[in-house]
Design a protein around this ligand. Structure first.
Ligand code: MF3
Ligand code: CO
Length: 255
């Protein structure tokens, strides 16, 4: 069963979304040549503390390994769940994905963005722009009466039309009191399949897109996911609410 949030829960989800988006925005502003991914993660932890949020990723358990960082920072061939390191110092030409998932007043806001440290080649800008657009293409399908597969297939078709590949091994997800709720939201699939979407569902839609092959591998640290061909990749994510009208992006920062 996909949970339908009550009005009270939606109010909390809006706040959690706003806080998650604020933290991601502040971290993105700190991305610059010379900063290590460890320092960037620590900065994220500090922003969480200042805003009264806690990390949903820190100590998150999957299998044997609990996740050791407050945010996920993944560079170049790293797709998701990169681990901050003092030795990993950002430099010109890097592609940096930051994923911020926080608890705020008992609810989770989850969002991610990929930024580049200019200058980067045109194919990298195409990769990043297409992945961001794919997120909005997917969100546009999040309407009552549509099916989950409509989101998945819209993302896949858009990405493949742009000569890039969608990752199969990691998916978006329902989000609420827990970071991962039903349903799983693949970035590939067939239209008009899967569960019917309803107002009140809150979903984290997150296209992960590779420049080369769609295949990924897990590094021996048990967390870092890299592209199998070690080519660059990108990742964008929003937490959204399905409404009777247009989907509401809960992690969209109004400035
Ligand atoms: N925020 C990620 C997601 O979109 C997961 C957090 S990373 C983990 O689902 F380390 F906690 F798994
Ligand atoms: Co997520």
């Amino acid at each position: 069963m996909i949970p339908i949030k009550t009005d009270a829960e939606i109010k909390c989800m809006r706040e959690a979304g706003r806080v998650a988006a604020t933290i991601l925005d502040k971290m993105v502003a700190a991305v610059a040549p010379g900063i290590s991914t460890y320092e960037l993660d620590q900065l994220g932890a500090r922003f969480m503390e200042e805003l009264g949020a806690t990390s949903a990723s820190y100590n998150y358990k999957s299998g044997k390994h609990s996740y050791p960082c407050y945010t996920c920072i993944s560079v170049n061939e790293e797709l998701v769940h990169g681990i901050g390191s003092l030795k990993k110092i950002l430099k010109q030409g890097d592609i940096v994905s930051i994923d911020v998932a926080v608890f705020y007043n008992g609810f989770v806001g989850d969002n991610a963005r990929t930024v580049v440290l200019e200058p980067v080649p045109a194919n990298i800008l195409h990769l990043v722009k297409t992945t961001e657009e794919a997120l909005y293409v997917g969100i546009a399908q999040a309407c009552p009466g549509n099916k989950l597969g409509d989101i998945s297939s819209a993302i896949q078709q858009f990405v493949e039309k742009n000569k890039l590949s969608v990752v199969r091994d990691f998916v978006g997800h329902g989000v609420g009191r827990d970071m991962h709720e039903e349903p799983q939201i693949p970035n590939f699939g067939k239209p008009k399949t899967g569960p019917i979407l309803k107002a009140g569902m809150t979903l984290a839609i997150e296209p992960m897109v590779n420049l080369g092959s769609h295949k990924v591998e897990l590094l021996s640290d048990g967390w870092t996911v890299v592209t199998a061909d070690r080519k660059p990749c990108a990742h964008f994510e929003h937490t959204i609410l399905i409404t009777e009208k247009k989907p509401e992006i809960l992690t969209f920062l109004k400035k």
